[in-house]
Design a protein around this ligand. Structure first.
Ligand code: PMP
Length: 427
C-alpha cells in the first residue's frame, strides 16, 4: 500500500471520475506518474496533498497572473459572496467589467460575458456564421479553441484537407465545414480563400499560440489573415482566451497592431473564477440576442462573485510597469534555462512573449504544429519529473506553454534555473 496521499487520492478519484480528473491534461497521461492533488496555493507556489511545495508555472493555465490567492482578489470575492452568490438578473458590476474590457482591448466596443473560453469561442463562431450567412470556418492545426464540436478538428496532412474529428462524438456533418490549415503558412490560407472565399464565415486563430507549446504567429501571417478576410467578406476571430491580458495589456491585437473583427477572452479576466467574454464592434454584437437573431445565454453569465475576482485582477494588471516586469520574469526564465541546457550540452531552447513562455527540446523554436511535434518528447518527460522532484511544476505535457505571475520574483526564477542546472546535468 502506498503511503503517498497523492497516490491514494488518485486511486480514489478514478472510481467516481473518468481518469480521476475533471480536465484531461491534469491526469499526467502524457508524462506518466501520479497527478499532484493540490491543497492550497499562495503567490508563485502551490502545495500538494503530501505537503510538498512547488513553484507553479501553470497558474491555473493562465488565470493566476497576479499570483495565487492575491489578498485584494480574495477580499473582493469574500465581499461579493456576502452580498449573494448569483441573481440571474443584471448588476452594475457587470457594466463596470464590460466597460473595463472595452477600454483595454483595442477593437472591442461591446462584449458579452460568459463562463468559459469554450463558450466564448463557440459563441463567436455562431455570431460569425449568423452575421455572414456562411457555414465554413478556418482553423489552424495545433490551435485549441475549447471543446465545441466544430472546433475539435485537427488537420489532415494534405493542403486544404477537410478536417477529421479528433474527438469521438463529433458528427461528420459538422466537421465538413471546418477547414484546417498549417499555422504561419500564408500560401495555404491564400489558396483556401481562392477556392472557398465566398463560403468562409470566419478564420479563428490564436495570434500567439499557447496550445502547441508557445508558437508566435508571424506578423506576415496574421496580416494576411486580416487582408484576406476583409477582401472576401469573412470575419477574423482572434482567440485571445490565453494570450489576452497575457502577452500585453491589450493582448496580441495590441502587440501586433492587427485588428480582428471578433475577440474571445477568458482566463485572466476571471482572475481564477469562471469569467470569459467575446466581443467586437457594436454593429456585429447587435446581432446577438436579445437585440439580434443569434442566440446565446447562461445561468451564471456575469456571476457577481466571479466578476468581482475578474474586475480586481483587471485593476491590478494596470499598475504601472506590470507587464514590463512580467515579461522580464518570463525572459529571465527562458534565457536562464537555455543557458543551463547549453552548459550541459542538451539540445534545448526557450522563448517568451509577455508572461508566457515555451520550453523546446529542439535546437530552434518551432513555427507550426509539425515542427513542434518533432521536438524530443521523451526528454521533456524525464525533465518534467526531475523538475517536479526539485519542487518545480511545469505543465504536465511536452507541448504546452507555461506562465509566470507577478509573484515570480527574480529569486524564485533563479531557484528554478538552479534546479534545472542540476536536472540537465543528469539528462
Ligand atoms: N481558447 C484558448 C486559446 C484556450 O487556451 C482555451 C483553454 N486552454 C480555450 C479556448 C477554452 O477555454 P476553457 O477551458 O475556459 O473552456
Amino acid at each position: 500500500m502506498t503511503t503517498s496521499k497523492n497516490d491514494q487520492l488518485f486511486e480514489r478519484a478514478q472510481k467516481t471520475t473518468p481518469g480521476g480528473v475533471n480536465s484531461p491534461v491534469r491526469a499526467f497521461r502524457s508524462v506518466g506518474g501520479t497527478p499532484r492533488f493540490i491543497t492550497h496555493a499562495e503567490g508563485p507556489y502551490f502545495w500538494d496533498a503530501d505537503g510538498k511545495r512547488y513553484i507553479d508555472y501553470i497558474g491555473s493555465w493562465g488565470p493566476a497572473i497576479v499570483g495565487h490567492a492575491h489578498p485584494e482578489v480574495v477580499k473582493a470575492v469574500q465581499d461579493a459572496a456576502t452580498r449573494g452568490l448569483s441573481f440571474g438578473a443584471p448588476t452594475e458590476a457587470e457594466i463596470e467589467m464590460a466597460e473595463e474590457i472595452v477600454k483595454l482591448v483595442p477593437t472591442l466596443e461591446q462584449v458579452r460575458l460568459v463562463s468559459s473560453g469554450t463558450e466564448a469561442t463557440m459563441s463567436a463562431l455562431r455570431l460569425a456564421r449568423g452575421a455572414t450567412g456562411r457555414d465554413k470556418i478556418v482553423k489552424f492545426e495545433g490551435c485549441y479553441h475549447g471543446h465545441a464540436d466544430s472546433l475539435l478538428v485537427k488537420a489532415g496532412s494534405g493542403l486544404l484537407t477537410f478536417g477529421n474529428p479528433t474527438s469521438a462524438g463529433v458528427p461528420e456533418d459538422f466537421v465538413k465545414h471546418t477547414l484546417v490549415l498549417d499555422y504561419n503558412n500564408v500560401a495555404q490560407i491564400e489558396e483556401a480563400f481562392a477556392n472557398f472565399g465566398d463560403q468562409i464565415a470566419c478564420v479563428i486563430v490564436e495570434p500567439v499560440a499557447g496550445n502547441m507549446n508557445l508558437i508566435k504567429g508571424t506578423r506576415e501571417f496574421l496580416q494576411a489573415l486580416r487582408d484576406l478576410c476583409t477582401k472576401h467578406g469573412a470575419l477574423l476571430i482572434f482567440d485571445e482566451v490565453m494570450c489576452g491580458f497575457r502577452v500585453a495589456l491589450g493582448g496580441a491585437q495590441e502587440l501586433y497592431g492587427i485588428k480582428p473583427d471578433l475577440t474571445a477572452l477568458g482566463k485572466v479576466i476571471g482572475g481564477g473564477l469562471p469569467v470569459a467574454a467575446f466581443g467586437g464592434s457594436t454593429a456585429l454584437m447587435s446581432k446577438m440576442s436579445p437585440v439580434g437573431a443569434v442566440y446565446q445565454a447562461g445561468t451564471l453569465s456575469g456571476n457577481p462573485v466571479a466578476v468581482a475576482a475578474g474586475m480586481t485582477t483587471l485593476k491590478l494588471i494596470q499598475q504601472p510597469g506590470f507587464y514590463d516586469k512580467l515579461a522580464a520574469s518570463a525572459k529571465r526564465l527562458a534565457d536562464g534555462l537555455t543557458a543551463a541546457a547549453r552548459d550541459a550540452g542538451i539540445p534545448f531552447c526557450a522563448d517568451s512573449v509577455g508572461g508566457m513562455f515555451g520550453l523546446y527540446f529542439s535546437e530552434t523554436p518551432p513555427n507550426n504544429y509539425a515542427e513542434m511535434m518533432a521536438g524530443n518528447r521523451e526528454r521533456f518527460n524525464i525533465f518534467f519529473h526531475h523538475m517536479l522532484d526539485e519542487g518545480v511544476y511545469f505543465a504536465p505535457a511536452a507541448f504546452e506553454a507555461g506562465f509566470v505571475s507577478a509573484q515570480h520574483s527574480d529569486e524564485v526564477i533563479d531557484e528554478t534555473i538552479a534546479a534545472a542546472r542540476r536536472v540537465f546535468a543528469r539528462l
